[in-house]
Design a protein around this ligand. Structure first.
Ligand code: CS2
Length: 495
């Protein structure tokens, strides 16, 4: 069998090899603009939407994918060459692969090349929802000031060059302005990022920008745009070259950028869509009145769990999350963190069985076929830690509860930030605040508490003597005994 390039023209041949969209794709129109067409979006929302398009009457809910940053050029080019098609490869728990060609992304735009087209698309009457996966840092929130960060040079650029924006805030403002001027209806802006109250944060940040850039738009925005919160979940590692070559080898499909993910998926959405929405509930999403409990649970158990495994695992010298969680000592540590520090602050989550949820997390983390990269998990830790771990610490401190496990992880992050694992191998640190964090980590060698002075990460946590003591203690222990020995001792209640 010959390799077949993935594109519309070749679909009839490809369908002999893997599942392809069975709906008439040429009838599908974009009703959603999605910004950030990385792996996660393609494994999650685009997958749900593809499933929905298989049901009649949904042809107005296709997706127009927007690549916002220069860095996103490659995914734009790939989608362009493949007519928006890509292969979703689900790595099942038994190691088998379920491959499906996804067809829900029917248009794609590259913002740096054509900002006007993106603004016009967002302002198009047919678009009812703009969804976002722009990463935690993309919301431009400063933990230290608890405000929108106007010092960001890109935001300054957007204020000075409104019709040629670079950030999501500049784009949304221009598009909403056009909708207002043209007397069109508003729309919903739905964040699909891992942030507590992601809709609220998106609204607050956008309003801060609009108040400065276009104050006359504020009232219209408040009454015509809704910002539903949502909780999203599906572990989606970075696609490796091996995934691409295996797809060629096993199915003879030449796809430049397939997406790989776990079988589990969850999407809990607040039902607050001002101009309508797709019936995603017909393909497994849950619409609820209040997403907050689900978000809290997911961010503080799954995402924080990932960070715990990532940071400790990186220092020990592991490459993937399954290696870390399948180390019994680390697994016990993570379990105790979840039970002792996270569970008490979650309160009563009506209808959710936390014991089952935590057990399923360990199974998902331990899936040896996923090979989720520790580098991916530790990527941008400076924006993840304040969202995934520190809310738990703050809640525990209020109640005089335990913070030892979290303090240990933060201390491990301080040592990780020096750039070497415990075997002396260089760590691949990828963080927009890497320099600041590294300088504090160096200063912390003589005075560990200095690490907690990274205000944009820790806010006023340095004021808590309880936390500072636990952090210093953990820091010194890790340097003296190494991660694994400390973890064993903590598990035995010795430290
Ligand atoms: C991960 C998430 O980025 C991270 O640190 O925890 O990408 C996680 O895999 C997803 O949120 C799973 O839904």
């Amino acid at each position: 069998m010959e390799n077949i390039k993935l594109n519309v023209q070749n679909l009839s041949q490809i369908k002999e090899r893997v599942a392809i969209p069975k709906y008439e794709r040429s009838n599908v129109k974009a009703g959603i603009v999605h910004v950030g067409i990385g792996g996660f979006h393609r494994a999650h929302q685009a997958y749900y939407t593809d499933q929905l398009l298989h049901k009649k009457g949904n042809e107005n809910w296709g997706i127009c994918g927007v690549a916002l940053l220069d860095f996103d050029k490659k995914i734009y080019q790939t989608l362009n060459e493949q007519d928006g098609l890509y292969t979703l490869i689900v790595k099942e728990l038994d190691g088998s692969l379920t491959k499906t060609i996804i067809g829900s992304i029917v248009e794609y735009l590259f913002a740096p090349e054509n900002p006007k087209a993106v603004i016009e698309k967002m302002a198009d009457e047919a678009i009812k929802i703009i969804t976002l996966t722009i990463t935690e840092g993309g919301y431009n929130y400063n933990e230290a000031t608890k405000q929108f960060d106007f010092n960001n040079p890109l935001i300054q650029h957007d204020l000075k060059n409104p019709s040629n924006p670079k950030t999501i805030f500049g784009y949304l403002t221009q598009a909403l302005k056009l909708r207002k001027v043209r007397n069109l209806k508003g729309l919903s802006i739905q964040s699909c990022d891992n942030i507590q109250g992601n809709g609220h944060v998106a609204k607050k940040m956008l309003l801060s920008f609009v108040e400065k850039a276009n104050p006359e738009l504020v009232d219209w925005l408040k009454s015509n745009v809704s910002f539903p919160n949502s909780m999203v979940d599906r572990i989606t590692p970075v696609t490796s070259l091996l995934d691409i070559s295996n797809l060629k080898k096993t199915s003879r499909i030449d796809d430049a950028w397939p997406v790989v993910c776990e079988p589990f998926k969850q999407w809990v959405i607040e039902d607050d869509f001002i101009t309508g929405r797709p019936a995603w509930e017909n393909v497994g999403a849950q619409f609820v009145e209040d997403v907050l409990p689900y978000e809290k649970m997911k961010l503080s158990l799954l995402n924080a769990g990932h960070s715990v495994l990532g940071i400790l695992g990186a220092l020990i010298g592991y490459d993937t999350i399954d290696e870390a969680v399948n180390n019994q000592n680390i697994r016990t540590f993570l379990n105790s963190y979840m039970d002792t520090e996270v569970t008490p602050v979650l309160g009563d989550l009506e209808g959710i069985n936390l014991t089952t949820y935590k057990r399923s997390l360990l199974q998902r983390f331990g899936n040896i076929y996923i090979k989720d990269q520790i580098d991916r998990i530790c990527f941008e830790s400076s924006t993840k830690i304040p969202i995934f771990i520190l809310p738990t610490v703050k809640a525990q401190l209020k109640e005089n509860g335990s913070i030892e496990y979290a303090a240990f992880v933060i201390a491990a992050w301080a040592i990780y930030s020096l750039g070497l694992d415990e075997n002396g191998k260089s760590l691949n640190i990828n963080d927009s605040m890497a320099d600041v964090v590294r300088n504090k980590a160096i200063a912390a060698k003589n005075n560990p508490a200095l690490f907690l002075e990274i205000d944009t990460v820790f806010g006023d946590l340095k004021e808590s003597t309880t936390f500072v003591h636990a952090f210093i203690n953990a820091y010194q222990n890790i340097l003296k005994h190494g991660i694994e020995k400390c973890v064993i001792d903590i598990n035995l209640n010795k430290r």
